[in-house]
Design a binder for this molecule. Structure first.
Ligand code: SAM
Length: 329
């Protein structure tokens, strides 16, 4: 088991398949993009599957989420998903994506056994999308969402990050759109993980503000509080249900005490927290011939050192050197 010194057990593995992305969302990276990892440093599909297999078969991982960067940019994605859903015990397998290209691969992904998708969408306005993501791809995302729903990758979840004077005013339209389409919307507080270090505690839109904005138009009732467990989103029934909305208050309502996540970066580093400043290098060990037992042992040690919390509110907080796109969100 992957147990840390505070008794938390990691069962949910987030795997970044690439650090590259075809959008440039301003809360994540600068318009000119970043220096991408050289291909030789990326784990191969076989290496990814080997590590995921160790996690599932030996270390108690029962949920695997593929992310990035943009995971749909990885050509072997359908193959990787198929090999993951064939593992015993079979883990839940999901994908976090910006949706560009999903219209083409939603059906093959569903056929490979993918259970669910989370699609990021911060605005319903094409011009705002272009300004925020620096690419004119809004119609592709909408088409990707529809294709995922059609392919049965349900519930399709939508992730939105609100920013002041950019898309904050879209909280209500975004929820209305998701309710109409049968998608489950989750607002995520903006976190200090952008490459350009532009995040500020003073200007971020907080969970309290989001709930206030929504409450002006909808009746929100706290949903299954006792079942929340390790889920980061606080969920609310909207207008009596069945529609729901989630709010992930990573900064102002941290849920570190219930965290069950561990991350594997595209270059084979285990991170025990999004905000960790240390990593454990499984790729180098693997390429130097480490056995599955040795890799499992390194992984166990990495998780055992997980800190009690991310400490964003601590004056001594240090933003990790890797931005979100290179960690895997
Ligand atoms: N490219 C994929 C996507 O867009 O979903 C997967 C990777 S992306 C890093 C995963 C999620 O992280 C997205 O929902 C994105 O909105 C979110 N994200 C990125 N930077 C963030 C930040 N600074 N604060 C909060 N969420 C962020």
């Amino acid at each position: 088991m992957l147990r840390d010194s505070f008794g938390r057990v990691a069962t949910d593995l987030r795997v970044s398949l690439t650090d590259k992305c075809n959008l440039r969302c301003s809360y994540c990276m600068p318009p000119e993009g970043l220096e991408w990892l050289p291909n030789a440093q990326l784990l191969t599909a076989d290496e990814i599957v080997r590590l995921v297999t160790i996690g599932v078969e030996r270390l108690g991982i029962h949920e695997v989420r593929y992310t990035g960067g943009e995971p749909l940019l990885r050509r072997e994605l359908v193959d990787i998903v198929g090999r993951t859903t064939a593992l015993e015990p079979r883990p839940q397998v999901s994908l976090t994506t910006n949706g560009i290209g999903l219209a083409r691969v939603a059906a093959p992904l569903a056929a490979a056994g993918l259970d669910r998708v989370n699609v990021s969408l911060d605005t319903l306005d094409r011009d705002t999308f272009k300004r925020l993501a620096h690419r004119d791809r809004f119609p592709d995302v909408i088409a990707g969402l529809a294709a995922a729903h059609e392919a049965g990758l349900r519930p399709v979840k939508v992730n939105s990050v609100l920013m002041r004077e950019v898309n904050q005013h879209e909280a209500v339209p975004l929820l209305r759109f998701c309710l109409e389409q049968g998608y489950e919307l989750r607002f995520i507080e903006q976190m200090p993980l952008d490459a350009q270090h532009g995040w500020s505690r003073d200007t971020m839109v907080t969970a309290d503000e989001i709930l206030k904005l929504l409450s002006a138009s909808f009746d929100l009732a706290a949903d299954d509080l006792e079942e929340r467990g390790s889920a980061p989103a606080e969920r609310f029934l909207v207008d009596g249900g069945p529609g729901r909305v989630g709010v992930i208050g990573s900064v102002t309502r941290p849920f570190c005490g219930a965290c069950d996540r561990v991350r594997l970066t595209a270059d084979g580093q285990i991170r025990n927290c999004l905000f960790a400043t240390e990593e454990s290098d499984l790729k180098t060990a693997m390429r130097a011939g480490a056995t599955d037992d040795e890799l499992a042992e390194r992984w166990i040690t990495a998780v055992s050192r997980k800190k009690a919390g991310h400490g964003i509110d601590d004056p001594a907080f240090l933003q990790p050197s890797r931005p979100m796109s290179a960690i895997g969100g």
